[in-house]
Design a protein around this ligand. Structure first.
Ligand code: ATP
Length: 247
């Protein structure tokens, strides 16, 4: 099977620090793949490289077999990479609905189906559907800047889904959420259609084990282990790495 995502030999350096040192990672279509590891292991850096926000010094990124290494974030988003940031990135002065509409617009036009006003209407319908799914329908008219942190997180998820991703990159989505919000998030992610693969960076291992079928452990910019949740849970090497460095 052609992997949905193949990161091959990725190296990123900041001065003398190798944030990533020849990392390989594969995500198959529909897979729920977690990327874990102690602070500073290189997890966010790897998501940045996959999303096109950071250019690696060496290595290639293939999306469904196509080399996108030289493509920027917008081009990769068009090819199916959606992203949730550590701190939710929303347009504070736009309404909640407008945020999702903006994200949906590039995908609202169907070839041969364009008609004046139709594109915006299609984006609006997508926004309505997604806001209902993430539980923000009642806040559709509110400025996004007025939302609480957990609601911004939900909004960012709706925006990412509006881009019709094949691969969703989630960077610590549970950070700053209440227990109730985490429960809702887990349920929501569990219910995502398998047409969307997930690459999840998360410190909370309970969440990782609840959601993911494959886990890759990074340490000091290198893969330390990869396997199923039960294999990773049983690994003394992984336990030691976490005991030494997770925050
Ligand atoms: P955390 O779990 O704390 O978020 P992480 O595994 O996501 O950590 P990264 O944020 O990818 O780790 O950072 C990897 C290393 O690269 C760290 O040592 C970090 O300090 C360093 N680093 C990341 N971004 C930069 C940058 N822009 N300039 C210099 N060093 C950086």
């Amino acid at each position: 099977m052609t992997p949905l995502l193949a990161a091959c030999g990725i190296t990123v350096r900041y001065g003398s620090l190798a944030a990533l040192d020849g990392v390989d990672l594969r995500v198959d279509p529909g897979q729920r793949h977690a990327l874990i590891g102690p602070n500073g292991a290189g997890k966010t850096t790897l998501l940045n490289v996959i999303a096109g926000a950071t250019r690696p010094r060496t290595g290639r990124i293939l999306l469904a077999g196509r080399d996108v290494t030289r493509r920027g974030p917008a081009a990769r988003a068009r090819r199916g990479i959606g992203r949730i940031h550590q701190r939710p990135a929303v347009w504070a002065t736009l309404t909640v609905a407008e945020n999702v509409e903006v994200a949906a617009l590039p995908h609202a036009v169907r070839p041969g189906r364009w008609r004046p006003g139709g594109t915006r209407a299609a984006a609006r319908r997508t926004a309505d559907t997604l806001l209902a799914r993430v539980g923000l329908a009642d806040l559709a008219g509110r400025a996004a800047g007025q939302l609480a942190h957990g609601q911004r997180r939900q909004l960012e998820i709706a925006m990412a889904l509006a881009g019709r991703p094949r691969l969703l990159l989630l960077d610590e989505p549970a950070a700053g959420l209440s227990a109730t919000e985490v429960g809702r998030l887990v349920e929501f992610l569990r219910d995502l259609p398998r047409a969307v693969a997930v690459l999840l960076v998360e410190h909370r291992l309970d969440l990782v084990y609840a959601l993911c079928d494959t886990v890759t452990v990074l340490r000091d910019g290198r893969p330390l282990a990869a396997g199923t949740p039960s294999e990773i849970r049983a690994s003394a090497q992984v336990r030691q790495a976490y005991a030494e460095g997770v925050g």
